[in-house]
Design a protein around this ligand. Structure first.
Ligand code: BGC
Length: 760
């Protein structure tokens, strides 16, 4: 044992040199030397130390879950004894260094801690919330925002973010829809991969990159009735084709970690699902990184009615492939007795520890456990001018122009007066959104500030709040109080509207109205906001409605009242400047909706890629629709206007059939018929007309963003191969089935041209 310890320490000392030779990309390319080192460390570990690596403690009580049940003194002792392998919510270069020192100076094997944190849309510099940023469809921009977030996070000593969330979410009632890329599996896949590449860079070992985490595995976004943590019931086809597609892509991209989810699927809680974690992830996909549980989700197997006590919960979770217990306090009490009692094989622990150590090695922590904790770098990087500029650029790319009649937008700087009205018009906090990491309260640029920055003293700005939205203190865990009655500010708002040429009316949701635990049964504007629109619209019809929200809203009524609508989500630190860029035409809007906006909440879950059903239409009542509403979205997936207009020519195919590994090209000429340069996102959808499992009426399979000068025509060509046509078939494999297909190309998921071909 002693010799082996010396050998291991010797290997660890050599690590810097060896690491330089064998760089890993993501977690996929395993380096045999590192694997050997890991094996030799494992061979030295006691069962208690192995369980330690599988245990994650909360450092401080930050944003999630229920506060820890053990005091700091006990925590410290456990860190010293090597009984903790990871911590979350320990922040700053100083604090992470201190915690790491405890382990490095006291524990027997000196295995460094890995620090995790929810860096969902920025660390200190805030970017748009993920749903909003996804509306940019700009993969380079999405990658850059994750890269900057990673740089700031790493500079604060943190190694690992619990992002991206790649849960396909189809239900506007679900508060966490704001955290993902919306309703489409393909868009979630490519955006998820862009974010992973941004966080992890080309080299996890670099000091400015961090490990990413694909979450929540799996099905969390399919909670019944949009109620958070609720039951999920899906069959294998939906599971594979809709829910797992982005996770498969994340695994292939080498994401360092996965997180499982709170929900059950078909009677099995995901945390205890062998099918998901062992058969699919670690089996079919051959994934090499590790799976962290969600906060306390192992202990939650008990209220789920799946385990009778913590001992059984620990056994079920470890057998199923949950490698690390986040604040659940289950593994630390259950795993040792389970091994001692021969109820589980110690090899299960070895496998989990091996996966965790792989990530620690990839991050270079064995080489230098303190390398991320650098106070000087922390000061320089956080909230730098460059980071804020990047945030503004990504923010303006995320804005979606939903409506623009009477040529009201862009606003002319020659206007004499603008009324800026609404509860969110001068709000410097709401644009930061939920899951705001270390953003400083009230640090965003408000819309009012952004407009003033854009027009200076040249235009008279008449500001009136009109009404409050939320009342009192708000935070991640606190229930919100919404102002439902106070309309005392209306008179001032009406006055401001009366004396102005144009009204910019800023309404929407409180920052904490969407996010974890923030499910709602209604998705109209809350409080007195609709009444405010009513009274303002009575005196001035030139209204630009600026929406801030983390979920699709039912805006059917405002849509009838105002000529222009801008969807701005929660855009982060530079929100007001980015919004002003679009309002005054310094940036020509290019965002496209990553989610359908419904006509009413009763349509939810609403998503464009539905099945045809056996009764798609009829003149009679007996078809799959509603008697009191259209079944179509008010604003469909992929929709977004521009200050330019794009005219599509005829879509043409270079062949009508292809087979096997062949391909065909589909082309369309597009002209910017407007008077300004602009960017169009050209979307390609397919439909597999007859298949071994029914397929959606359309599915996004590719898109291209093209910049056009005014008057310019460009031909856009997409390549279709068997990969484009693949799905998880009745043969339980990913394949393209021969038969007839439709290809649809257009500017959104509804306005499409269709051509047909046969795959042989
Ligand atoms: C959330 C996770 C998050 C974790 C740690 C949980 O409540 O579901 O997404 O990463 O807390 O904060």
């Amino acid at each position: 044992m002693k010799n082996q310890l010396i050998l291991t320490l010797y290997i660890l000392m050599l690590a810097p040199m060896l690491n330089a030779v064998a760089q890993v990309q993501g977690i996929n390319n395993l380096d045999p030397v590192t694997e050997q080192k890991i094996d030799s460390i494992i061979s030295l570990m006691t069962v208690k130390e192995k369980v330690g690596q599988m245990t994650q403690y909360n450092g401080s009580f930050d944003v999630t879950g229920i506060p820890s049940d053990i005091d700091s003194k006990t925590k410290l002792e456990r860190l010293k004894n090597g009984e903790v392998g990871s911590m979350l919510n320990v922040l700053t270069a100083k604090a992470t260094r201190e915690a790491q020192e405890v382990v490095m100076q006291n524990s027997r094997l000196k295995i460094p801690l890995i620090f995790g944190y929810d860096v969902i849309h920025g660390y200190k510099t805030m970017f748009p919330v993920p749903l909003g940023e996804s509306a940019s469809w700009d993969l380079e921009a999405l990658k850059l925002s994750a890269q900057i977030a990673a740089e700031e996070t790493a500079a604060a000593g943190v190694h690992w973010t619990f992002a991206p969330m790649i849960d396909v979410s189809r239900d506007a009632r679900w508060g966490r829809i704001m955290e993902g890329a919306g309703e489409d599996p393909y868009l979630n896949s490519v955006i998820g991969v862009a974010r992973i590449n941004g966080f992890q860079g080309e080299d996890l070992n670099a000091v400015n990159t961090i490990a990413a985490c694909a979450k929540h595995f799996a099905g969390y976004g399919f909670a019944e009735a949009g109620r958070d943590y609720n039951t999920v019931n899906v069959g294998e086809s939906e599971l594979q084709n809709a829910i797992l597609l982005p996770f498969k892509a994340a695994s292939e991209a080498g994401v360092a970690t996965f997180m499982n989810s709170f929900n059950e699927i078909d009677g099995i809680p995901a945390t205890a699902s062998t099918h998901l974690q062992r058969d699919i992830l670690k089996g079919d996909w051959d994934y090499k990184g590790f799976m962290v549980s969600d906060w306390g989700s192992i202990a939650e197997l008990i209220p789920h009615g799946f385990a009778k006590d913590k001992l059984q919960a620990g056994k079920l979770a470890v057998v199923a492939g949950s490698d690390m217990d986040m604040e659940g306090r289950v593994y630390e009490m259950a795993l040792e007795p389970l091994v001692a009692d021969n109820q589980i094989d110690e090899e299960l622990l070895n496998d989990a520890v091996r996966r965790i150590l792989r990530v620690k090695f990839a991050l270079g922590l064995f080489e230098n456990p303190y390398k991320y904790s650098d106070e000087k770098r922390e000061k320089e990087i956080l909230l730098s001018k460059e980071n804020l500029e990047a945030s503004r650029d990504i923010a303006r790319k995320s804005i979606v122009l939903l409506k623009n009649e009477k040529g009201i937008l862009p606003l002319k700087k020659s206007l004499k007066s603008i009324a800026v009205i609404g509860p969110l018009a001068d709000d410097k906090d709401t644009p930061l959104g939920n899951w705001r990491a270390q953003a400083v309260k009230n640090s965003a640029v408000s819309v009012l500030e952004g407009i003033k920055n854009a027009v200076g003293n040249k235009v008279k700005i008449n500001y009136a709040k009109g009404a409050s939205l939320g009342m009192g203190e708000r935070s991640f865990l606190m229930p919100l109080t919404i102002n439902e009655t106070d309309t005392s500010g209306f008179a001032e708002a009406v006055e401001a509207a009366k004396k102005s040429e144009v009204v910019v009316l800023v309404v929407g949701e409180d920052a904490f109205q969407s996010g974890e635990g923030r499910s709602q049964t209604a998705i109209k504007l809350r409080g007195v906001q609709q009444e405010l629109i009513d009274v303002v619209a009575e005196v001035n019809s030139n209204i630009v409605l600026v929406l801030m929200n983390g979920r699709p809203l039912d805006i059917s009524r405002p849509n009838e009242q105002v000529p222009a609508i801008l969807e701005t989500w929660f855009l982060g630190s530079e929100a007001g400047n980015a919004i002003a860029d679009v309002l005054f035409g310094a940036y020509n809007p290019s965002g496209k909706l990553p989610v359908s906006f419904p006509r009413n909440v009763g349509q939810e879950p609403l998503y464009y890629n539905q099945k045809n059903t056996g009764r798609p239409s009829s003149d009679m009542v007996t078809y799959s629709g509603y008697q009191d509403s259209s079944r179509e979205a008010l604003f469909p997936f992929g929709f977004g206007l521009s200050y330019s207009t794009f005219e599509y020519g005829n879509v043409s195919l270079d062949a009508n059939t292809f087979s096997g590994e062949g391909l065909l090209n589909v082309s369309v000429a597009i002209t910017n018929t407007g008077t300004v340069a602009g960017k169009e996102t050209v979307q390609l959808y397919i439909r597999d007309l007859v298949a071994s499992r029914t397929r959606p009426v359309k599915e996004l399979r590719d898109f291209k963003q093209i910049q056009f000068e005014a008057g310019e025509t460009k031909t856009v060509t997409f390549k279709i191969d068997s990969k484009t046509l693949e799905f998880y078939s009745a043969n339980a494999k990913w394949e393209a089935e021969p038969g007839e297909f439709e290809i649809m190309i257009g500017t959104n998921s509804v306005d499409l041209q269709t051509v047909k071909f046969t795959y042989e």
